[in-house]
Design a protein around this ligand. Structure first.
Ligand SMILES: Nc1ncnc2c1ncn2[C@@H]1O[C@H](COP(=O)(O)OP(=O)(O)OP(=O)(O)O)[C@@H](O)[C@H]1O
Ligand SMILES: [Mg+2]
Length: 453
């Protein structure tokens, strides 16, 4: 995108909202920042003080943040403007069956550059944006999970479906495969990672713009409309949308029992409540390490909300080991069992087996301890998210010789109440298995045991 296009687009956007065009200093700031210049250089070229430029720039970023629904700063201005500019082009999204997995906005700029950013899209055509979803190169099995998810989403028209599981278990891969199989049932499909959105408002504005893109330049009142919470549900009523929100655990605060939102993200709880309780024809598919508290309540109240705790791949993981060219097939089921069928962990361990034992699973398994290798940093991330009482409990459980019954007295250092709360929380994090005895994830158990050595 050329600077003159960026200036014109930004000027029109601001004019539509404020009735004023960019002033000469604002233009100088945009041009300078576009070319990666510092405020000092811009000030010198404009013959004014550094402070004056900074103040004007900060007001401009604030205004643009409001208009674009994103946190605009000097360092992200260019990418945000380019993204918004090209999002008005038909090629940035995916029509019907013709799904483009890697939208490369920048490379397409030549084709798009003659188009007006104010051209609205045909709102009745299906539109699928999977540009932020990974490509599914190899996908094994998950037949039952796919059938369950289809039943919930297509047949029962669930409004929220949550897919939880430890890192690497295959949430993203499963959701990607699911979308491929059900995409024709939706007018709109949008896949986004929570990590890209600093606030819920930014996310909602982004979704609205995607569902019904009307140029803010043609329709200035859209800006206010975008920020209206009620209007969000209206869009989900008028269009059948599937919104996939990945990495949702990033909204939840570490160091506390599961389910508390990080500062600034508390409104996600209300958002989930609204999505679950009010009628609309769309579905939010949440992918998360941990289950948000609202989901259990909505599910219990039968609010068209379902959740699936994803387990390992089981026997099908042997296809993954075949692809990795490991040896000693009769030993594979033991290997899969040890690493809970987690495809990421198995891939990591397969690399270690190839590097250390020339691919011999038998030799690897003759090693007396469960080897964690590069799985350790992943386990550490999960462990560090636990509250103090969960860490106490998990360390205690990891060192028990016999299975622990829930009715058994809690460890002396935890009150009954803290004991039960910690158990519930660990289950929502997929670290304790759902059964009458308290069974820790075996790989996590080894990690925690090693911590106390
Ligand atoms: N059913 C499957 N068949 C083949 N490979 C799979 C399958 N499920 C997952 N994988 C592979 O395992 C790895 C981890 O999967 P994925 O990224 O989906 O995990 P995740 O649960 O989303 O993890 P995170 O919570 O860290 O995002 C990826 O390389 C993915 O391709
Ligand atoms: Mg994932």
């Amino acid at each position: 995108m050329e600077i003159h296009e960026a200036l014109q687009w930004t000027d029109e956007l601001i004019f539509a909202k404020t009735g004023k065009h960019l002033d000469s200093l604002q233009r100088a700031i945009l041009e300078g920042v576009w070319e990666h210049k510092g405020y000092q250089d811009i000030a010198e070229e404009y013959h004014c003080s550094n402070d004056h430029v900074r103040k004007s720039a900060s007001e401009l970023w604030k205004l643009l943040s409001e208009l674009l629904g994103e946190d605009v700063k000097k360092k992200n201005l260019r990418s945000l403007v380019e993204n918004q500019f090209f999002s008005y082009s038909d090629d940035a999204v995916h029509i019907g069956n013709n799904i483009n997995l890697c939208s490369d906005l920048y490379n397409n700029s030549k084709r798009k550059k003659n188009r007006s950013p104010s051209t609205p899209k045909n709102q009745s055509e299906p539109r699928h944006d999977l540009s932020q979803a990974p490509e599914n190169l190899r996908f094994y099995d998950r037949t039952n999970e796919l059938a369950t998810l289809k039943q919930w989403i297509l047949t029962e028209q669930s409004r929220i479906v949550t897919l939880t599981g430890l890192s690497g278990i295959g949430k993203t891969a499963l959701a990607r495969q699911l979308v491929e199989e059900i995409k024709d049932n939706f007018d709109r499909i949008l896949w986004r990672s929570h990590r890209k959105f600093p606030t819920l408002n930014a996310l909602q504005s982004h979704i609205i713009e995607f569902i019904a893109p009307t140029s803010p330049i043609q329709n200035p009142s859209l800006i206010n409309y975008l920020n209206s919470r009620n209007s969000f549900l209206d869009y989900l009523r008028t269009h059948r949308c599937l919104i996939i929100l990945d990495d949702f655990q990033d909204t939840l605060t570490p160091g506390e029992l599961v389910g508390n939102y990080c500062p600034g993200y508390q409104n996600y709880g209300r958002f989930l409540e609204e999505m679950g309780r009010f009628s609309h024809q769309s579905c939010l598919l949440l992918l998360s390490w941990e289950q948000p508290l609202e989901i259990a309540t909505l599910e219990a109240e039968d609010c068209s909300c379902k959740s699936l705790q994803l387990a390992g791949l089981g026997k099908s993981a042997s296809q993954l080991l075949t692809a990795r060219k490991l040896q000693d097939k009769p030993q594979w089921s033991r290997l899969i069992e040890l690493y809970n069928g987690n495809p990421l962990w198995l891939n990591i361990i397969a690399t270690a087996i190839l590097e250390l034992f020339d691919g011999s699973v038998e030799k690897f398994l003759s090693y007396p301890l469960l080897y964690l290798g590069n799985i350790e940093p992943l386990l550490k991330q999960h462990y560090q998210r636990l509250s103090e009482s969960e860490q106490v409990l998990i360390r205690w459980l990891a060192n028990q010789e016999q299975p622990v019954e829930i009715s058994q007295n809690p460890p002396e250092f935890l009150s009954n109440s803290d004991f039960f709360k910690a158990i519930q929380s660990l289950k929502k994090r997929n670290l304790l298995h759902k059964c009458s005895t308290l069974t820790l994830d075996t790989v996590m158990q080894h990690y925690v045991r090693n911590l106390s050595l």
